[in-house]
Design a protein around this ligand. Structure first.
Ligand code: C6P
Length: 422
């Protein structure tokens, strides 16, 4: 249950975001003697009580292996696991649960596509189009696929520090030699929100298969695979209030059905002989071995929780927080470099302060209770493109407040002064 979150103001119910914090026990603590300000939500989000309770309830009452036992607990565990799959299908508006494969997260989802779809469809001379803002999880699996198949990688450029895709040049890159176009929905380093529905529509006209990395979007805004029109979409439970170790690969049913298995083992087979085997239909043929059952149960609770708030409201709040923090940081005129779009950004800010290394910045911020991330954020090619090694990043979620951003900006000022003296 979401705690008292709505207050009436005239006719419009208005969200009182700060009260949601009470749903997250971890936020109520001090670190290094200071109240915790958790601004590392792009790395992983915190978990509300409903998710923690769902995990506990599952282990206290229903725990058993799925799809194999004929006893009551196994039936209950199977029902809970499959209910989570149906909920995930509804969450992203897939046509059916058969389009939902449970994986360990975005990274495994993309590897699954790169191995199964890549091995089946890529050949020497084919091109794979990525963008310069991709996370390593949407680069390295394709590099491995390119090595195996002789395909080539291309990167759609960004415009510079403003971090937008250079869409004026899309036609140069999106040609008939391209067999797959894989793109991030929201950049974890820049906060750019890409127009994925338009990009997929352009690709579809040329018969190009598309994959959307929704790691930073699925828990932050409505994501509708039919509206986006992608063939594949990947996301991680832990970045949207769910547990670590569970994620989703969406695949259009006919595409999934046409692919070979990803891994072999128990649960994905129809029949096994000493020399050959046959597979179940999708999605089960992609889920070898015992899956993360409790993870799926926790993810189900997380999806219910997020939709209890409303993803359109979360998206608005994210953008408002991103814009608020960006505007405040932009006031540090002397020597702050801000990355990503000026307007229409997601709920994160990425920056470098004077000559302060991002790791030093983040270490000092931690001493003041502010949890940030500093580094390349698994975006090394993007960092090189921007001409930096790393950035400091503050990433927000709906439980963060304006007061926390104000305190964070004060801390930025303190750190600026501190390093100016050394
Ligand atoms: N980004 C960050 O701090 P996994 O690890 O599989 O749950 O997610 C990988 C991933 C894929 N795509 C994007 C756009 C991402 O942001 C991430 C994870 C974290 O930015 C950890 S590097």
């Amino acid at each position: 249950m979401i705690s008292e979150t709505l207050v009436q103001k005239g006719q419009e119910p208005k969200m009182d975001w700060s009260t949601l914090r009470a749903d997250f026990p971890i936020l109520d603590q001090h670190v290094h003697g200071q109240p915790l300000i958790y601004f590392d939500n792009a790395a992983t989000t915190q978990k509300p009580r409903t998710v923690l309770e769902a995990l506990r309830r599952y282990y206290e009452h229903d725990n058993a292996n799925v799809h194999r036992g004929i006893h009551e607990l196994s039936n209950r565990a199977t029902a809970a696991f499959e209910a989570a799959r149906a909920r995930a299908a509804q969450f992203i508006n897939a046509r059916s649960s058969e389009e939902i494969v449970f994986t360990r997260g975005t990274t495994e989802s993309i590897n699954l596509v790169a191995q199964t779809w890549g091995n089946k469809h890529l050949k020497p001379g084919d091109k794979i189009l990525l963008t310069e803002m991709e996370h390593h999880s949407n680069i390295v699996p394709w590099q491995l696929a390119a090595e195996r198949t002789g395909a080539q990688l291309l990167y759609l450029p960004i415009t510079g520090d403003a971090g937008l895709l250079d869409l004026n040049r899309l036609d140069e890159w999106l040609t008939r030699e391209v067999k797959l176009f894989a793109m991030t929905h929201i950049s974890n380093s820049l906060g750019t929100i890409n127009p994925v529905a338009d990009l997929c529509a352009r690709a579809r006209k040329l018969g190009i298969t598309t994959l959307v990395d929704a790691a930073q979007s699925a828990g932050h805004r409505p994501v509708d695979v039919q509206e986006i029109g992608c063939d594949f979409l990947a996301f991680s439970g832990h970045k949207m209030c769910g547990p670590t170790g569970i994620g989703v690969l969406y695949g259009r049913h006919e595409v999934l059905e046409s692919l070979p298995p990803y891994q072999g083992g128990g649960e994905m087979i129809l029949s096994v002989d000493f020399h050959q085997s046959t597979w179940k239909h999708a999605p089960h043929k992609f889920e070898a071995g015992t899956p993360d059952i409790s993870g799926a149960v926790g993810l189900h609770a997380a999806m219910d929780y997020l939709d209890g708030i409303g993803r359109p409201k979360i998206a608005e709040h994210d953008q408002e927080m991103g814009a608020y923090a960006y505007a405040k940081l932009a006031r540090f005129k002397n020597g702050i470099r801000l990355f990503g779009p000026h307007i229409g950004r997601a709920g994160l800010v990425s920056f470098l302060l004077n000559d302060v290394h991002a790791h030093d910045f983040v270490t000092v911020a931690d001493q003041r209770g502010v949890a940030l991330r500093g580094g390349h954020h698994c975006n090394q090619p993007l960092m090189r493109r921007l001409g930096v090694e790393s950035t400091a990043r503050a990433s927000f979620y709906f439980y963060n407040t304006h007061e926390e951003i104000d305190r964070f900006v004060e801390v930025v000022g303190e750190i600026e002064k501190f390093f100016a003296q050394v």
